[in-house]
Ligand binder design. Structure first.
Ligand code: JFZ
Length: 481
């Protein structure tokens, strides 16, 4: 019997340290550390050089596409005529939909407009180097051919196609990498699968339908582990990433170890910090926020939505501007992270037009300025990202970070890139440059005409034209030695 808090206390260790940080302290939950692993993970045994080789493509990539797509795209945020608040892929949970009613959606799922070629081409035109798609979300519905469980897109719908296979083939053709999101712990339609229930934390199991009751280990052994095996072996060179989610206390170190033993058979695989059982995985996964200073010493990936939902909601039109999305990408790159930006296709398989439009605009910028993002290292400065308030406190009671949006910086061995958001006027001054600057030009200027650089103490001033070349971000390149 677990309370909502206990469930979340464990989840939070892996997922969202800043969201409800006090809970793990309140509960005094002990989390297994890497030394207590029943099965050693690749991160525990590889050398730093092996790790660098394994992470190389991912660190170069910087920008990926998250796809949340499943049966929840049919209700699209509305159940029995009522708009259900919060994220669309949680509708079964938030509306307490009985298992049989939710499962019945499968017979209506026929996304005949789904076109893997177009989705992969869209990711490419946005400048994204990898895709992570929901192979199975918390609703338990497999978006792939599964012998392990009949509640899947090939066997339970009139569509009868495997979009994961189609995407894998297109990704191979178009040179994009493919990873799978798999909800290993929560499964709301399988007996024994876990469920968070935020409004019924008095219920011991968090279940809202007796059909959900059962033994978690049995669920894991009969559904999740066999399906993870299918995903790891049925798609040739993919997946390159497994993106786990929402671990609960049910995922003991021993049970998680069984999954790790499978993952270890795929030595190039990258997996995140949301498996559970005390495993740290490869990547931190800040969700819907960009950490003030990144995660020094850890690989990390901020996942974010373009509107306020992951899974499609027909009436969520609260889309962020291209300016915000692009500046987020630059902000993340300047802190050494990746940006996993979500799309939520509808029940016919179409990507909402506002999402397509924004991705194309970000891609246009990257086509010109991509060398300031891909494969770069973080800023040499840091103060430009903002500062900690002397008076305001964040949810943890620590000084609140107030971001500044004048400029960011990324680096390579012989270049410093300055992404200018606010145009500084005729001259950009940079105090304290830790390298010798040998020249300067604007990346979007085809001729790379030299800009005048003046030394100012331990810094420089660069003479600029009176107007930016791009209103969202103009990249100033400093060549250095
Ligand atoms: C999880 C999912 O529940 C959600 O549907 C979506 O897939 C997202 C990418 O990941 O969302 C979470 C997970 C953990 C927390 C919050 C949201 N948490 O621990 O605070």
């Amino acid at each position: 019997m677990k309370t909502f808090r206990q469930v979340f206390a464990v989840a939070l260790v892996c997922c969202s340290v800043s969201a409800i940080p006090a809970l793990s302290q309140i509960e005094g939950e002990t989390i297994a550390t890497s030394t207590a692993h029943s099965v050693a993970a690749i991160q525990d045994t590889e050398t730093p050089a092996q790790r660098d080789a394994r992470m190389a493509w991912w660190r170069e990539a910087r920008f990926g596409m998250f796809i949340h797509w499943g049966l929840y795209s049919i209700p699209a945020g509305t159940w029995k005529g009522k708009q259900i608040p919060s994220i669309g892929e949680w509708i079964m949970n938030n509306a307490s939909i009985p298992v049989a009613d939710y499962k019945a959606l499968a017979s209506q799922f026929n996304p005949t407009d789904f076109n893997a070629h177009n989705i992969v081409a869209l990711a490419k035109s946005a400048g994204m180097k990898y895709i992570v798609i929901t192979a199975k979300h918390h609703d338990g519905f497999a978006m792939f051919a599964s012998k392990a469980d009949p509640f899947n897109i090939v066997d339970a719908t009139p569509f009868h196609r495997d979009p994961i296979r189609e995407l894998a083939e297109e990704c191979r053709k178009q040179g994009v990498k493919l990873g799978f999101y798999y909800s290993q712990d929560q499964d709301w339609t399988a007996p024994g699968g876990a469920a968070y229930k935020t409004d019924h934390h008095d219920l011991p199991s968090h279940h809202w339908d007796p059909a959900q009751d059962g033994d978690f280990a049995t669920y894991l052994h009969t559904k999740a582990i066999p399906q993870i095996k299918e995903l790891l072996t049925n798609y040739a060179d993919f997946p390159v990433v497994i993106w786990f989610d929402t671990p609960t206390a049910d995922m003991t170190p021993a049970l998680a170890g069984e999954i790790v033993a499978l993952l270890n058979q795929h030595p190039n695989l990258i997996w995140n910090n949301r498996l559970g059982g005390g495993y740290k995985g490869d990547t931190e996964t800040p969700e819907q926020y960009i950490p003030a200073q990144g995660f020094p010493g850890r690989d990390w990936e901020a996942c974010m939505t373009m509107n306020d939902t992951w899974g499609y909601k027909s009436y969520d039109t609260n889309f962020k501007s291209t300016e915000t999305l692009l500046r987020n990408l630059i902000d993340i790159a300047s802190k050494g992270g990746n940006y996993l930006l979500n799309i939520g296709p509808d029940s016919k398989g179409n990507v909402p037009p506002p999402e397509v439009e924004r991705l194309r605009q970000v891609g246009k910028w990257l086509a010109i300025n991509g060398e300031a993002i891909y494969g770069t290292k973080p800023t040499l400065f840091g103060g430009e990202a903002g500062s900690f308030s002397a008076t305001e406190k964040d949810a943890e009671g620590k000084p609140k970070f107030i971001p500044a949006w004048n400029w960011r910086s990324t680096t390579t061995a012989d270049k410093i890139y300055i992404e200018l958001f606010a145009w500084p006027g005729d001259s950009f001054t940079l105090p304290g440059v830790p390298r010798t600057v040998t020249g300067a030009y604007l990346l979007a200027d085809n001729s790379h005409a030299a800009l005048k650089v003046t030394k100012t103490g331990d810094g420089i001033a660069v003479a600029l034209p009176s107007h930016p070349l791009d209103n969202i971000a103009t990249v100033l390149v400093l060549t250095t030695k």
